[in-house]
Design a protein around this ligand. Structure first.
Ligand code: ATP
Length: 361
């Protein structure tokens, strides 16, 4: 196992690209601690696979260094880095049996036959492959084939890290839940450094202790699921984590209040102070579940028009319009009715300010 550092890593697939703005990865500085369970989360095209391939050595970055336990491995070939990688689609030998496929990474490294037998059995048990252990991979279902790929990634217990690139994409949704939890259990037992790429926030939160959020080639926040939810440091994190995502409203400051068109929203004094120091386009951010919805005027309430109410069973999602800007609230019960007026209260302790997409302060 290893601690892995990326130091000022940037990558462009077009060798002549001059501006960092056009790079697929833009000067990333990040540490993957030894034994950590990480999710690398972000939308399609934000650079997750590029980052993973730079860690494993499949790609040499245009700039910067990759360190394993402090040792510079930037130019080292992938097979010498001692990394296991599991991809989105099955990577295996169709003509081999399940057991032979699982044994392959060990045989390749000259592991003793007894040890190979033991590990193959262990991994097959973990992934419920024991029933098909002597079957050829070619005849198995897509789910089983991807489980074999996972097994090939997990079978060695001496790797520096295991990298998973959206490994459950082809798996049936029902089995996905089980496998996700299984991977978490395997991490807890083995404490091997694991990096799990996904664009699915639920998958990221189930698997990881720490989530690394990427957006447009940058790491915008690293934190626990709770920290990302409660203290998003970038607009994208507020919008991407949580369902529905955070509300953002263009605003201007006056003293300790934010003005959203004609509406006046009180802020806590620290937030207002940080907002006054910030430069750039100001926006107020609040999570739908932190808003209060009242059917009559209350102190500090802001009048809105109720547009839509969606029943999610355990909660109601209320879409409102505040002077032309949409505000969504998530509340346990509904009092308002579409077409009527309601009053929103923005509790100051949950009301944040963002300047040019970044949390102020
Ligand atoms: P996805 O979730 O869709 O796999 P991702 O977050 O993994 O996306 P990358 O595959 O790392 O993103 O791609 C980052 C950027 O680099 C994208 O703009 C993509 O088009 C570009 N890119 C990726 N691979 C190549 C390549 N081999 N040649 C040129 N451009 C590439």
């Amino acid at each position: 196992m290893a601690r892995i550092d990326l130091e000022e890593v940037a990558h462009s697939y077009a060798p002549r690209t001059q501006s960092l703005q056009d790079y697929a990865l833009k000067r990333i500085h990040i540490t993957w601690e030894d034994g950590g369970a990480y999710a690398l989360l972000g939308p399609s095209g934000c650079g997750k696979t590029t980052m993973l391939n730079i860690i494993s050595g499949l790609l040499v970055p245009s700039q910067g260094k990759v360190l394993y336990d402090g040792r510079d491995v930037t130019a080292m070939a992938p097979e010498r880095r001692n990394i296991a990688q599991v991809f989105q689609f099955p990577v295996l030998y169709d003509t081999m049996t399940v057991a032979e496929n699982l044994a392959f990474p060990l045989r390749n490294r000259g592991v003793a036959p007894d040890r190979i037998r033991h590990r193959v059995k262990e991994v097959a048990d973990m992934l419920d492959l024991t029933g098909v252990i002597n079957k050829k991979a070619a005849g198995l279902s897509a789910d089983a084939k991807q489980k074999i790929s996972l097994g090939r990634g997990l079978v060695r217990d001496d790797v520096a890290a295991i990298l998973f690139d959206e490994p459950l994409t082809v798996i049936d949704p029902h089995l996905k839940w089980q496998l996700r939890r299984k991977l978490k259990e395997i991490h807890e037992r083995s404490r091997t450094t694991m990096v799990y790429v996904t664009h699915d926030q639920v998958e990221a939160m189930t698997f990881a202790d720490t989530i690394v959020v990427m957006y447009e080639g940058e790491v915008v926040q690293v934190g626990t699921p709770e920290a990302l939810y409660e203290q998003p440091r970038h607009k994208f994190v507020g919008y991407f984590i949580g369902s529905p995502g955070m509300n953002f409203l263009a605003c201007r400051l006056e003293g300790d209040t934010a003005h959203v068109n004609g509406a006046v929203i009180p802020l806590d004094s620290e937030t207002a102070e940080a907002g006054r120091r910030a430069r750039g386009k100001l926006e107020l951010g609040i999570r739908p579940m932190h808003l209060e919805v009242h059917s009559r005027q209350v102190s500090g309430g802001v009048p809105v028009a109720v547009r839509l109410i969606e029943d999610q069973g355990d909660a109601k999602i209320v879409t409102t319009a505040l002077d032309g800007q949409t505000v969504v609230a998530r509340i346990p019960e509904t009092h308002p009715v579409p077409g009527e007026k309601a009053w929103l209260r923005f509790p100051p302790q949950w009301t944040r300010l963002f300047a040019d997409e970044r949390l102020v302060g």
